[in-house]
Design a protein around this ligand. Structure first.
Ligand SMILES: [Zn+2]
Length: 170
């Protein structure tokens, strides 16, 4: 998603071709293989809905959202493990990328923002986000955003990190 998207005054065909090229460049494997089998097409279509939902929640264009395989997280299903969703929202104004993973306590409606651990610098889920205001509360120095329990999982931090806590029963 490097070149600027054609504006809404461009025809649908031009915007569609741009969208295909941008997706092919950003996630070549995921885009090329989306028709491989029904499971892949289902995942592709489901991720399109995820992109629409988070774009609406954060009040950004859906073309700034990319949902790809999460290289670090898999989920068990009846048919075996599947890669999780890694959601990248690119701010068209600053170019900054914000990354999210699904929040399974609010499926389809909320996400966990990934950010650097202040101690070990690993990228960890830090806070729950369902609206633009949730993100703002986390970013606002005067805000009071609770840190998600998921942030404390020792296994996602470097050994000895002060923020990691042993998981229950682990
Ligand atoms: Zn850490």
């Amino acid at each position: 998603m490097t070149t600027a998207a054609p504006g809404l005054t461009s025809g649908l065909a031009e915007r569609a071709v741009h969208a295909a090229r941008a997706h092919r460049a950003a996630d070549p494997d995921g885009f090329r293989r989306r028709h491989d089998n029904p499971d892949r097409w289902n995942r592709w279509a489901r991720r399109a809905r995820v992109a629409r939902t988070i774009a609406a929640a954060l009040q950004v264009g859906v073309d700034g959202v990319l949902v790809t395989d999460d290289p670090h997280r898999q989920y068990r299903t009846r048919t075996g493990p599947v890669p999780g969703d890694l959601i990248t929202v690119t701010d068209p104004v600053t170019g900054r990328a914000w990354r999210f993973i699904p929040d399974f306590t609010t499926p389809g409606d909320g996400w966990l923002l990934l950010d650097r651990c202040p101690d070990c610098e690993n990228e960890v889920p830090v806070t729950r986000v369902a609206t633009l205001a949730d993100l703002g509360e986390y970013l606002d120095p005067d805000g009071d955003s609770p840190i998600a329990d998921e942030a404390r999982d020792e296994s996602i931090h470097q050994p000895g990190c002060a923020f990691g806590l042993p998981t229950l029963g682990g």
